[in-house]
Design a protein around this ligand. Structure first.
Ligand code: PDD
Length: 277
């Protein structure tokens, strides 16, 4: 079952016009919201970021927060599985002709659910490999836009190289992952790129910082170089679907002797507790 423009319908019956600007231009925004035991996790933070993305590209929000909550919970009601990743997309709508500029249109709203299968602690403790690549994206990465061509190519490169993720750098400064935020620990301090135009402000990023405070880990939201990353004591990536993953190899260079670090273990543990709140 999916939601499309006011209707709950079978996915195979869901279709949109070829004149939808999401199809023609990638003219839309999206959110990915995890649900645990049937409950939407950090919904208000996701709806706030959705509002920011919509405002940034001048699409009116079709629903109030309570309407969103009702629709999302209604869709969840159709699902059997416990943990889900909810994908929500709003495009500018259907125009009459293909032109780059736009008139006021009725936004298209599409929502689907996918099973959220998070890795066990045991599996995570093996650590993951990543590679680095230059960040060629535009400088409005804070908008969660559906036009994701650069990210698509990065993710394909990760797949081709059999690594978990691509870590991006702009002028040698680490920004974020192709689909995640990036953290490093050096000398007992947690570093991550500050929010702004060059990264997506991850909801999980905020939860990592919240968990770090609980672990009495000092936080420095300052950018760091690729070289600093390669010499870090611990490296993690985070996202709503990955949660917090420890990285033990970058560009074939081993981090922390290939061991998952103790700070990761504490922050991971705290994050699991937040999920039960
Ligand atoms: N991606 N940065 C980028 C570029 C991302 O695409 C994502 C998430 C994040 C982490 O954001 P959050 O913690 O709110 O999930 C950071 C989602 C999961 C996706 O595109 O499917």
């Amino acid at each position: 079952m999916v939601y499309l423009n006011g209707n709950f319908i079978a996915k195979k019956n869901a279709s949109i016009s070829v004149m939808d600007r999401g199809f023609l231009f990638g003219d839309g925004v999206y959110e990915v919201i995890p649900t645990y035991q049937g409950k939407l996790f950090r919904l208000s933070a996701h709806l706030k970021r959705l509002q920011n993305s919509l405002d940034a590209i001048k699409i009116p929000n079709p629903y109030t927060n309570s309407e969103w909550q009702k629709i999302l919970n209604q869709l969840l009601g159709y699902s059997q599985s416990e943990n889900q990743s909810l994908y929500l997309q709003i495009t500018r709508g259907v125009g009459t002709q293909r032109k780059h500029s736009f008139d006021t249109l009725t936004p298209t709203v599409y929502i689907e659910l996918n099973p959220l299968v998070t890795k066990t602690k045991h599996a995570l403790e093996k650590g993951f490999s990543v590679i680095t690549q230059a960040d060629i994206r535009w400088s409005q990465c804070d908008i969660k836009a559906t036009s994701l061509l650069a990210n698509v190519l990065y993710s394909q490169n990760a797949k081709d190289n059999q690594v978990e993720e691509i870590i991006l750098h702009r002028n040698n400064v680490v920004t974020e992952g192709a689909t995640s935020n990036v953290f490093m620990i050096k000398a007992g301090t947690l570093f991550t790129h500050p929010t702004g135009k060059y990264i997506l402000s991850g909801i999980t990023r905020d939860l990592v910082l919240e968990s770090a405070l609980a672990c009495k880990l000092p936080i420095d939201e300052s950018a760091f170089t690729v070289d600093a990353l390669l010499n870090a004591d611990e490296v993690w990536i985070s996202s709503s679907t990955r949660e917090i993953m420890p990285i033990t190899q970058i560009d074939k260079q081993v981090i922390n002797q290939g061991e998952v670090g103790r700070y990761w273990a504490c922050v991971y543990h705290h994050y699991q507790q937040l999920k039960n709140d």
